[in-house]
Design a protein around this ligand. Structure first.
Ligand SMILES: Cc1cc2nc3c(=O)[nH]c(=O)nc-3n(C[C@H](O)[C@H](O)[C@H](O)COP(=O)(O)OP(=O)(O)OC[C@H]3O[C@@H](n4cnc5c(N)ncnc54)[C@H](O)[C@@H]3O)c2cc1C
Length: 365
């Protein structure tokens, strides 16, 4: 995939600048032209029709060079997957082609001040107004919210938790850019105020009451899958940087790779990367085979890969020393990005509980 090769090459030289000033619009456009925004959607809706394994491979390659670029794939993929699974034929026809080609950019707007891990507590409301709805609420931490044209918003109706598309050009939408967060600094994050925003009832995705369990559930599952592969890429890149540095850096009379502590750190790291990647591959196989276990394996893969990314980036900074702390250090950037991956799309502790419950219920043999 030539377009992906070009993106990877650009990220290898420019990711540090993107981290400081945000992923440039021309890079988003290049990613769209390369098909990154609709990799696993069907050609009928202008996607590339890739398998889960092929999608994972692209997420891994982008994740190994730039978390913000990989996050673009993740967010657009989440909204597309939810729309494809739960949208009506008319909604799919209207929205999927323009989202898979990047004509429109999507944001996923679930989190609020009082609803992070526990999304059932969202306070955003969709109030009926004739044939329309009025949307009011405040959404936090919307990845690519500064540039998104349309948001998949989770809120409440009298029928229960509901999702709907909200166009950011609508009166009543205020986008507040967020800067300086720990990681994913290039992702042009925004907090978004929704003040009595009018949307047609045709923008509601799936029946009221299905918003969290079905629509958001599909989006988060898709997000976890590409984050898992992105983290596997990050972890492998950190290991590669640590190995390259340890093999050449001389202190006193010895290269670092001759130090037992460094050798064992690299050995432990390799095992962790290989284990996480094996779970990502297993998730890919189960998703492609449409096995019911895929949902669980995806949670486990994201958990393991995020942990591997945290461990390997931390080891990478340790082995590179001051070089790893420099502003242009890849392991340093991934050290900040990796921690975020243990919080978003299901915090580590929540994933552990889910995995434990599933295993105890006999789900894994
Ligand atoms: C850079 C960035 C980008 C983001 N992008 C988006 C986005 O595009 N769209 C969006 O909707 N949101 C986004 N988020 C928000 C993200 O999804 C939330 O931060 C996440 O869901 C956790 O919510 P919280 O931060 O409110 O933490 P809380 O829910 O307050 O949890 C804090 C910590 O408490 C622990 N904890 C919480 N609940 C439990 C539990 N039940 N059992 C055990 N431990 C628990 C965990 O350690 C957790 O990390 C983003 C966040 C960041 C930092």
């Amino acid at each position: 995939m030539i377009g992906i090769d070009t993106l990877v090459a650009a990220a290898e030289t420019d990711a540090v600048a993107w981290d400081e000033s945000g992923l440039p619009t021309e890079v988003i456009d290049a990613a769209a032209r390369a098909g990154v925004l609709g990799l696993d959607r069907a050609p009928a809706c202008k996607g590339l029709g890739l398998s889960a394994a092929e999608l994972g491979s692209v997420a891994e390659r982008l994740g190994a060079v730039c978390t913000s670029l990989r996050s673009l794939l993740t967010v657009q993929g989440m909204v597309n997957a939810a729309l494809d699974r739960w949208g009506s034929a008319e909604q799919r026809e209207q929205w999927l082609p323009v989202l898979t080609t990047g004509e429109l950019l999507a944001g996923f707007a679930a989190t609020e001040a009082g609803a992070g891990t526990e999304l059932s507590c969202v306070a955003t409301t969709f109030d009926p107004a004739g044939s329309d709805y009025r949307v009011s609420g405040r959404k936090l931490w919307v990845t690519y919210g500064q540039v998104a044209d349309v948001l998949l918003v989770l809120g409440q109706t009298s029928g229960g938790l509901t999702t709907a598309l909200v166009e950011t050009s609508s009166p009543g939408v205020t986008v507040e850019p967020v800067h300086g967060q720990l990681g994913m600094r290039g992702t042009r994050v925004a907090h978004i105020e929704l003040d009595n925003v009018s949307i047609p009832a045709t923008h509601v995705i799936a029946p009221p009451g299905f918003g969290l369990s079905h629509v958001t559930g599909t989006a988060l599952d898709h997000g976890r899958y590409t984050i898992a592969w992105g983290c596997a890429g990050m972890a492998r890149a950190c290991l590669a940087d640590a190995v390259a540095h340890a093999a050449t850096r001389v202190q006193g009379t010895a290269v670092l790779s001759e130090q037992d502590a460094v050798r064992s750190m690299i050995g432990r790291g390799w095992v962790e990367v290989a284990g996480a990647r094996a779970l990502c591959e297993r998730a890919a196989q189960e998703r492609d085979a449409r096995e019911h276990t895929a949902l669980f394996t995806t949670v486990a893969a994201k958990y393991a890969a995020a942990r591997a990314a945290v461990t390997l980036s931390q080891q990478g900074v340790q082995i590179l020393g001051a070089t790893g702390c420099a502003g242009d250090s890849r392991v340093g950037r991934f050290f900040r990005d990796a921690k975020v991956m243990q919080i978003i799309e299901g915090a580590t502790e929540v994933a552990e509980l889910q995995i434990g419950e599933y295993v105890l219920a006999g789900g894994v043999r």
